[in-house]
Design a protein around this ligand. Structure first.
Ligand SMILES: Cc1cc2nc3c(=O)[nH]c(=O)nc-3n(C[C@H](O)[C@H](O)[C@H](O)COP(=O)(O)O)c2cc1C
Length: 123
């Protein structure tokens, strides 16, 4: 059982950088959520917008420990048009059964991400 784990999604590396620094200090495992289809470039930007605009459910890959083995899950992901990035939303929706603590780090206010995380996680 892990005390803390950080579940994160990063498209262009900013969140990954922050997560890495935090994980080094906390010495905790990471759950790395990644795209199945690349979001690189202009068309990737457009997909980010449309996925969030229409609340699309997107495929993702997750590597790291099982969520059920974590007491507290720290969630870190970018904001896209005011909402939580779609791959993290899908991941949280798939792990609604998680009963542990959810910790949210919101940069620049996070817009509606905290609410999105609560909704996706069924809380
Ligand atoms: C399509 C798109 C929409 C975005 N919308 C917002 C937004 O509404 N608010 C915001 O603060 N940043 C927004 N951003 C900026 C990203 O949240 C920011 O660049 C973030 O650090 C990217 O994280 P990453 O490098 O880990 O993917 C948007 C970026 C993209 C590509």
């Amino acid at each position: 059982m892990y005390n803390f784990a950080v579940a994160f999604y990063s498209r262009t590396g900013t969140t990954r950088d922050v997560v890495q620094r935090m994980a080094d200090r906390l010495d905790c495992p990471l759950i790395d959520i990644a795209d199945v289809v690349s979001r690189a470039g202009f068309w990737g930007d457009i997909r980010c917008v449309f996925d969030n605009l229409f609340w699309r459910r997107v495929p993702y890959r997750a590597s790291g420990p099982d969520v059920a083995d974590c007491n507290t899950l720290v969630v870190m992901a970018p904001v896209w048009i005011g909402h939580l990035a779609a791959p993290m939303r899908a991941f949280l929706e798939d792990h609604r059964a998680f009963q542990g603590n959810l910790a949210v780090m919101a940069a620049r206010g996070g817009y509606l991400s905290a609410e999105d995380i609560a909704m996706a996680a069924g809380r």
